[in-house]
Design a protein. Sequence first.
Length: 494
Amino acid sequence: MAKARQVFVCRTCCGIQSRWMGKCPDCNAWDTLEPQSIEKSAGKDPQRGLIESWKAAPSAAADLAADPSAAPTAKPIAHVGSGTGPIPRLSTGIGELDRVLGGGLVPASVVLVGGDPGIGKSTLMLQAAGAMAGGRDRGIQGSGDQGPISIPSRRVLYVSSEESADQVRLRASRLGVGDAPELYVLSDTNLARIVEQTRRVLPDVLVIDSVQMIYKADLDASPGSVAQIRRCCAELVYLAKVSGICVVLVGHVTKEGTLAGPRLLEHLVDAVLYFEGDRYHAHRILRGVKNRFGTTLELGIFQMTGRGLEEVPGGLGVGVLDPAAGAKVGAVVCPIITGTRCLLVELQALTATGFLGTAKRKSSGLDANRLAMIIAVLEQHAELRLADRDVFASSVGGIRVAEPAADLALLLAIAGAHFKRTLEPGTAVVGEAGLGGEVRSVTQLEQRVSESARLGFKRLIVPKPHAGSLGFKPPKGVTVDPVATINQAIERLT
């Protein structure tokens, strides 16, 4: 009998090496090579057995399953599918989740949801499963929202590899989805049994929580290893393509903030969503880092409560205080654009006594390089002495701010903390700071002004337009204050 050959796979780049090395020669990462045995059946078609198992299933894949030996044939792209228009998506019953997915789940797609332990991944997936399986006005509601989404009933199979079926039922009852008629629960870790139960139930959506605990019995590797995760994920991708079922995988995140297992896991699936936030704070952010069927610029915002996750109304200011409340030193509100929505985020800064040559520059939720550039602009053009001051900056609410339109707000927050001065209450700031001390224009200014006015802000400091006119009429009761340089903006501090 031939001996199984052993290779070493890199966790970071999935490069394959014939022998172990301390440093991967492909991506130069240290201590990332893991052993993996090549199966004796590696030359066989891995899809054949799966297609044959669906041969008797009265599903949407009946035509394919009827002849499992038939190979795919090339055809003109105009003849692919029904040709009647775009494929209809399946709504999850959660508006924020549908927004990040690009409008809902695409049939036969595979979605990977990752996040830190305890962040709420299982809660989100169980609430979505209950909303889809409830078949009536059910969904995540938030104060000021339009109400739950009415969607047609879908059959959902929720596979829990970490909890028993009784534990899932208790959690579903607490979340208010324990009586969903089309929600099926399976507690198992064996991939073959999961596929068999899927063939019997024939769900529209299959949720695997979590993929790291699923194992394939014919592999000589422990659950969670590189070989098991890659093979099980590949089998689930085949299952989705053959049956037309939407497969949602829940994955763990390592200390480095990346999904556990090989990066190949992200390449196999159609969409990768990260569930972020501080477990000790209420707000949660759902961010798409890969989406074959939509944009990756959208954000989904939730709030963790005793009844589970609630949607935050679209455009709500995250971590923003009441505009009518008194102003705070070192705190400035900025309207930022994420995808198609405008969010108002509060940026905070603090300056403290440091030592010349060893001053600290720390940021949370902001680009550290951008912070250093803004400090240099303040020292050069506003004559602020910050070389011996420790500067700390953060965005409130867990939102990661990356666009340059937040430069002016961060600049005023640092200057206000240094001078112990504040802006007028109810003021929002937007603008990009140039290295020459000028304030540059930003995109979608009208949307930022309108959203700020809707949330109660009466004054906005914006870049001075080149033509002398804003190009739109501000809402009634809102004052737009254009500035051309950072010194003019600092003069607004009182």
